[in-house]
Design a protein around this ligand. Structure first.
Ligand code: INI
Length: 154
């Protein structure tokens, strides 16, 4: 027997979006893409909660706390780590990735990694609704797939 997410049964699914303010020029575009995609799949406005954190490093702890409430079917984590002139790019990028993974495993709620890790602002903008697409929108699709599969089959 095979199970996979569906896109027609999103009514009533509840999503939290944890989004970083750091590089907000990029993260707000990712968020817009995600919310627009949720709505396209008929997720109700009141079933989408957006939580703003200072930076990517703060995403995992909130994602885990929200996951443990049992109120959400999936938690979409959105951020942008841009190498630019910062030295702790790797520390932030790696901690965000492992942190979001742990949040999902610890809470048992799918935590989707919608964090861009790019070398430049241009690269990031291209992936936030530019010519390469919108990573926020793609991550929202992943959130829907995971949420519907878990809701229907587990
Ligand atoms: O979300 C980001 N936070 C960043 N740093 C802040 C970090 O997420 C924490 O907010 C901060 O370290 C305080 O905990 C970034 N860089 O430093 O490059 C970055 O590119 N993106």
């Amino acid at each position: 027997r095979h199970f996979r997410g569906s896109f027609s049964k999103c009514q009533g699914l509840r999503f939290a979006v944890v989004v970083a303010q750091f590089n907000e020029v990029v993260t707000k575009l990712l968020l817009e893409g995600a919310v627009e995609t949720f709505k396209r799949y008929s997720v109700r406005e009141e079933d989408i909660e957006v939580w703003w954190v200072p930076g990517c490093f703060e995403i995992p702890v909130l994602a885990q706390k929200l996951g443990k409430t049992g109120k959400y079917d999936a938690i979409l984590c959105i951020g942008a780590v841009i190498r630019g002139d910062t030295t702790h790019y790797d520390a932030v990028a790696n901690s965000a990735a492992s942190g979001v993974l742990s949040a999902g495993l610890n809470s048992g709620v799918p935590c989707i990694f919608g964090v861009l890790t790019c070398d430049s602002m241009d690269q990031a903008l291209n992936r936030a609704g530019g010519k390469v697409g919108n990573k926020g929108s793609e991550a929202a699709v992943t959130a829907i797939e995971m949420a519907t599969m878990c809701r229907e089959h587990i």
